[in-house]
Design a protein around this ligand. Structure first.
Ligand code: ZN
Ligand code: ZN
Ligand code: ZN
Length: 145
């Protein structure tokens, strides 16, 4: 695996020790255009990491603000890298997620911010999720030929 100084910096920034499993997970996630489920990550990482370490790495990353979870339409959890604005105490991934009903991939539409919602008085918002489902660009291209 090629060392990527940005990944080292990312771990340092979030007060995490630099370990090979952590770097491997980051290396895989940065190459992905879509959010990735744990079984897919296991496959992509192969023997580089055992299941328990992967599980721990993912929860540490989520806690520290390196990745966020996205629930797919079929109930699978997917993991996607956060924007640099996320910290240990607060996630700022207020973007729309897109779930393709054909390939079942979940995409982070990073540029599409969730609009401000007028929540009624007396309600406190902790987290807002906006999931759009439909057909992604790749599936549209594949089927229009
Ligand atoms: Zn985040
Ligand atoms: Zn698709
Ligand atoms: Zn996302």
């Amino acid at each position: 695996m090629q060392a990527n100084p940005q990944h080292n910096q990312l771990l340092v920034k979030h007060n995490l020790k630099i370990t090979t499993p952590r770097l491997s997970v980051l290396a895989v996630l940065t190459t992905r255009e879509m959010a990735t489920s744990q079984p897919d990550l296991e496959q992509l990482l192969g023997s580089k990491i055992d299941r328990v370490t992967l599980y721990r790495t993912l929860s540490t990353f989520e806690e520290k603000g390196i990745l966020h979870k996205v629930m797919g339409a079929n109930g699978t959890l997917n993991y996607a890298l956060c924007s640099s604005a996320c910290t240990q105490h607060q996630h700022h991934d207020q973007h729309v997620h897109f779930n393709c009903t054909l390939c079942l991939n979940v995409y982070c539409l990073d540029k599409l911010q969730i609009p401000q919602l007028q929540i009624p008085d007396g309600f406190t918002t902790k987290k807002i999720d906006l999931m759009v489902s439909g057909v992604c660009d790749k599936c549209n291209n594949a089927y229009s030929k």
